[in-house]
Design a protein around this ligand. Structure first.
Ligand code: 5GP
Length: 142
């Protein structure tokens, strides 16, 4: 997928938004969904997506982007207070060449724990019980 590719409504996150694929949710309102990454780069790896159809950062209206970033910070704050990491990486990829694999705009919130390096992109699938436990800790701080 190139930077100016057309939005594909069959991408995984569009399916999650439609409820076609189950996910462990952290937060939802009429404009935003946040859920646990199923192949986390660290425990507590959380994603934040807009509900509007946008492939990447260049494909979204400014007001929707501001709302997405504000919510990303709000959810990252709950990750910070719920999981007490030593650092937090916020990441966002545009285009396959940059590492994007799901072509619906999203921000990664990846907690970093000293002595436990953040894993590579696209690793092992997480345990569902663990994801639910982590999501509960984050939700408790929202
Ligand atoms: P990207 O590579 O596009 O920046 O990030 C896509 C993210 O979506 C990856 O971190 C990947 O682990 C995650 N992911 C891929 N498929 C699924 C899925 O079916 N459910 C969830 N919750 N996350 C997924």
């Amino acid at each position: 997928m190139t930077l100016n590719a057309k939005y594909a409504p069959d991408n995984i996150f569009a399916k999650i938004l439609r409820g076609d694929i189950p996910t462990v949710k952290v937060y939802e309102d009429d404009r935003i969904l946040s859920f646990m990454d199923a192949f986390p780069q660290a425990r507590g790896h959380t994603l934040v997506i807009p509900k509007v159809a946008a492939c990447n950062l260049f494909d979204i209206a400014s007001d929707d982007l501001r709302n997405l970033i504000d919510h990303t910070r709000r959810i990252a704050t709950a990750v910070r207070d719920g999981l007490l990491p030593d650092g937090i990486r916020i990441a966002q990829f545009n285009g396959e060449a940059a590492g994007q694999t799901v072509f619906h705009l999203h921000f990664h919130i990846i907690p970093a724990f000293t002595g436990n390096p953040i894993q590579a992109h696209g690793g092992q699938m997480a345990d569902l019980g663990d994801l639910r436990e982590l999501a509960d800790k984050i939700k408790a701080k929202l």
